[in-house]
Write a new protein. Structure first.
Length: 348
């Protein structure tokens, strides 16, 4: 099974390499003819108002002028089961013609690897598009929490807001408990980050485990500056310049097994805002969409609007997104099994 997944991943990368050079003129004309007068729908797998929705709407505002044929772009939301509803729709139900793009939560690529309940798609068969940025996750607590540092949660159970069972925030709480030796308790059932933040202000939870750094810096900058949010850890491999006094998660690892577990468990933060189309979309349209995304990320108007919103733009090409997913699926079985145990514990 392990060898089959790795082989499939390598095959997917080979296919990517053959089309990475661009779209031939004849195919470009055919793509333009297809998209002319049509509408591309970007479906966000989370509710409105969160960071995934904000990025999708920013991309949607500029993408159309870079797709051959200049189609209209609309953004819709399809929340449910931490984006599994949306991912299953893109894979199994949506038209496989390039008129629908998925913008799921970052947990979606690794869910099949964990044998997650409700998964009806194969991540290695999705056709991944470029993503606008990676963004390390931050673990934080609210001002009223007595917790001042990670070590304080080793002797005290700390309620941390989460989404659906098995979602990235829920699994990350279990991951950190395993490596940090803390006693965080996942408070499950919130629909998205805005709902979690309301719950924290109401006192239902004390913090959140996977706030993207970019979201923290633009959507909640005022709360950070006011001291309402206290950041305890960051998921990146090293301390970022923006958070020099906040330890990286790997600083709490005791051995190489912990480091490997963290690398797999936080892989989603290296492709934080993923986009994909279904497995049956014709390759020339996939290539055109990939180029259109990269052109959008270099568009001065897009960059100006992103800067005004303090949203980072560090484009990750489609081939790298696919490579990251392939590498995750090629992770040694003992590490995967350890993360599966954490996932299963958080999915109950």
């Amino acid at each position: 099974m392990h060898e089959s997944r790795a082989s499939t991943a390598i095959t997917a990368l080979a296919i990517l390499a053959t089309i990475a050079g661009g779209v031939p003129a004849r195919a470009q004309n055919a793509v333009a003819d297809f998209y002319r007068g049509k509408t591309i729908t970007i479906i966000v797998g989370l509710p409105p108002g969160g960071s995934f929705d904000l990025y999708a709407r920013l991309v949607g505002a500029h993408l159309g002028k870079h797709v051959p044929g200049l189609p209209n772009i609309v953004v819709q939301n399809m929340p449910g089961a931490s984006s599994l509803l949306q991912a299953n729709h893109v894979f199994n139900v949506a038209a496989q013609d390039g008129t629908l793009i998925g913008a799921p939560s970052s947990n979606v690529p690794l869910q099949p690897l964990l044998n997650a309940a409700g998964v009806k798609y194969d991540s290695l068969k999705f056709q991944w598009l470029p993503t606008p940025a990676d963004s390390p996750h931050t673990l934080f607590v609210w001002r009223s929490s007595p917790v001042r540092r990670v070590e304080d949660m080793r002797a005290r159970e700390t309620p941390i807001g989460a989404l659906a069972p098995g979602s990235t925030p829920t699994v990350t709480i279990g991951l950190y408990n395993e490596v940090f030796k803390t006693k965080m308790r996942a408070v499950i059932g919130y629909t998205g980050l805005p709902a979690v933040m309301l719950a924290i202000e109401r006192g239902e939870a004390e913090g959140y485990a996977t706030m993207p750094l970019d979201t923290l810096r633009h959507s909640y900058k005022r709360l950070v500056e006011a001291g309402d949010i206290r950041v305890l850890a960051q998921s990146g491999e090293t301390r970022l310049a923006a958070l020099p006094d906040v330890p990286a998660a790997r600083e709490f690892a005791r051995n190489d097994d912990d480091l490997a577990l963290l690398a797999l468990g936080t892989a989603s933060s290296k492709m934080t805002f993923p986009y994909m189309v279904g497995p049956g979309v014709p390759p020339e349209r996939v290539a055109a969409l990939r180029q259109a995304f990269m052109d959008t990320f270099a568009d001065p108007d897009f960059l100006k609007e992103a800067a005004a919103r303090e949203m980072s733009v560090r484009p990750i090409p489609a081939e790298r997104v696919a490579r990251l997913i392939g590498e995750a699926f090629a992770t040694p079985a003992p590490v995967v099994e350890r993360l599966k145990t954490i996932y299963e514990r958080g999915a109950k």
